[in-house]
Design a protein around this ligand. Structure first.
Ligand code: FES
Length: 566
């Protein structure tokens, strides 16, 4: 044993002779130029998800150096290793399909390789939940370092940030408001630095949730990717990882019912991404903690929206950081939080917040609880015969005029059907209709893509229509906005009632009653058979087969059944 931890002796390769295994491992490690003294140190593994297919992580080489510096300074030996990396816009059909693959990779490589603690370097949307799911299951001391958000770009005097402004400009381009030349110019100014999307999208929401859970260092969720503080946070994360060695503060202990409830409060107060509810459900599930949509509604009723960032408000993540960041938000939420939750520093959340009393807050970005931006949480769960196990609406990013709405369904049976017909000038659709997309949920081959933000049909967009009620079993990007009902569960491809909706059916949405009802009587529904689009064939090999056999619904975080604790 080293002074703390087992170092390289951890989990020896099995050659039937333990001493030989250690001798061989040391010999091969020395081939990389390490001294024998260095190899006696406790080992901190660093899960490095830098990848040429992940623009958000392009500064990871520099961050990695800073983490290593911290580990070395604290007396550990830093050894980085690659895992699957998920660059949101580079994956087909969607990154969510590979989140569980990345979590398996992370868990198994933490467990299989000799490390006493691990630093998880993630950031882009699915990488944070994948790493946290894997780390909770692996049960080794772990601390996360997030990439940090991008800085904003400029276009004609206006600030631009991926990706709320991407969608805003694209909608204007579709409506004929913006020329092809201008949209090309905007394209070059939306994502201008390393880091994750600049608004309170999924990546930023997950970073804030990681801080609320206590799995990253205090105050580090919102530091911009290119800020010197981000490098200092990386160094401090390396030190923290060494300090965790031998402690009982492991991720599956940090993630518990109380810390998960804190994270839900933060999600609601942020007006955060709808995706985060799926990811938090999956992370919590790995620790044996159940998140229900009833719980979300209960907390939503008593948690105000306190953060004024796009897509719900006006600011960007760089503003949130300058305004006081997560510390300011958590202090504002303090009476609603469980303060006895332990964090990766070994301090409780309450101790952390006591240390920060009196810190600066910009109230244009982070409101006080007495004067919130919205009196209730940003997300609300809906239930009804169309979604017996629930659906999600991000009310803070929706048009309140559509909250109590009854309309006629215009149905698309699949993503292919949607793409083929949404802009057809002969499509029979009016602004007060309800667009319904089927077979885009977790059990569909496209694996629940962020297609729930159905485009406004071109002929209506050109008339100036900006929002309509849209319903699907798909997800929506955390950077998107609109009156969009998502995650309808069970999904159509697993036999949910969403698959039974027909053109012309009436649907009633009531945010007040938390209801989403298909106004067709049961006898008629029993007669209907859900059509199976041709692209729904079951895969016969590889990861796609494993996915199809193991995937759970949105209500269980879209985890794989065999990965949850038995
Ligand atoms: Fe990586 Fe948005 S594309 S966070």
């Amino acid at each position: 044993m080293t002074e703390r931890g087992e170092g390289l002796k951890h989990g020896l390769t099995n050659y039937g002779d333990r001493d030989f295994s250690l001798y061989l491992r040391r010999s091969f490690a020395r081939s990389m130029g390490y001294s024998r003294e260095m190899l006696e140190r406790p080992v901190v593994g660093i899960a490095n998800t830098g990848s040429g297919f992940n623009n958000c992580h392009r500064h990871f080489p520099e961050l990695l150096d800073a983490v290593k510096r911290g580990v070395l300074a604290a007396g550990g030996l830093p050894i980085d290793f690659p895992t699957v990396s998920l660059g949101e816009v580079f994956l087909n059909p969607t990154s969510l399909k590979y989140r569980n693959l990345m979590s398996i990779d992370t868990e198994e490589m933490i467990r299989a390789q000799p490390m006493d603690a691990v630093v998880l370097m993630g950031g882009c949307d699915k990488t944070v939940p994948a790493q946290l799911m894997g780390a909770v299951s692996a049960g080794r001391p772990a601390v996360m370092l997030v990439a940090g958000p991008m800085m904003t770009g400029r276009h004609k005097g206006e600030r631009l940030g991926a990706c709320t402004d991407c969608r805003r400009f694209w909608a204007r381009y579709r409506a004929g408001d913006v020329s092809a030349e201008e949209i090309a110019e905007v394209e070059g100014n939306l994502a201008v630095t390393a880091g994750t999307c600049a608004v309170m999208g999924t990546a930023s929401t997950m970073a804030c949730i990681a801080e609320a859970l206590g799995l990253i260092l205090p105050g580090t969720a919102a530091i911009p990717a290119v800020h010197a503080d981000r490098l200092r946070a990386a160094e401090a994360t390396g030190i923290a990882a060494v300090n965790l060695i031998g402690s009982a503060v492991t991720p599956e202990r940090i993630v518990n019912e109380k810390s998960v409830e804190n994270a839900l409060r933060v999600l609601l107060a942020l007006g955060g991404s709808t995706n985060a509810i799926i990811h938090l459900t999956a992370i919590a599930g790995r620790a044996g903690v159940t998140v229900t949509l009833d719980q979300l509604n209960r907390l939503s009723d008593t948690t105000p929206v306190l953060v004024n960032l796009k897509p719900v408000g006006n600011g960007y993540m760089e503003d949130f950081f300058a305004a006081g960041g997560m510390g300011a938000l958590l202090r504002e939420l303090k009476p609603l939080l469980h303060l006895d939750c332990v964090t990766v520093t070994g301090d409780t959340l309450g101790e952390r917040l006591d240390d920060e009393i009196g810190a600066y807050v910009d109230r244009t970005i982070i409101a006080s609880r007495d004067e919130p931006f919205e009196p209730q949480g940003g997300l609300v769960a809906l239930f009804g015969n169309l979604a017996p196990k629930g659906a999600i609406l991000k009310r803070s990013a929706a048009d309140a005029n559509l909250f109590e709405h009854e309309g006629v369904a215009v149905v698309f049976s699949s993503l292919a059907d949607l793409a083929a017909r949404i802009d057809d000038p002969t499509l029979d659709v009016r602004a007060e209709d309800i667009l319904v997309l089927q077979n885009a949920g977790p059990h569909a081959p496209e694996a629940m893509p962020e297609a729930g933000y159905l485009p406004i049909p071109k002929k209506l967009a050109q008339l100036g229509i900006k929002d309509m009620v849209r319903i699907s079993d798909a997800r929506m990007s955390g950077t998107a906005f609109g009156t969009i009902v998502l995650h309808v569960t069970p999904d159509a491809a697993s036999g949910g009632p969403l698959g039974l909706v027909r053109n012309g059916d009436r649907i009633r949405l009531s945010v007040k009653n938390r209801g989403i009802e298909l106004l067709v009587d049961d006898a008629e529904l029993k007669k209907r058979i859900a059509p199976v689009p041709p692209e729904m064939e079951k895969p016969t090999r590889g990861y796609a087969k494993l996915y199809a056999e193991q995937i759970l619904g949105a209500d269980q975080g879209c985890d794989f059944a065999f990965l949850r604790p038995q």
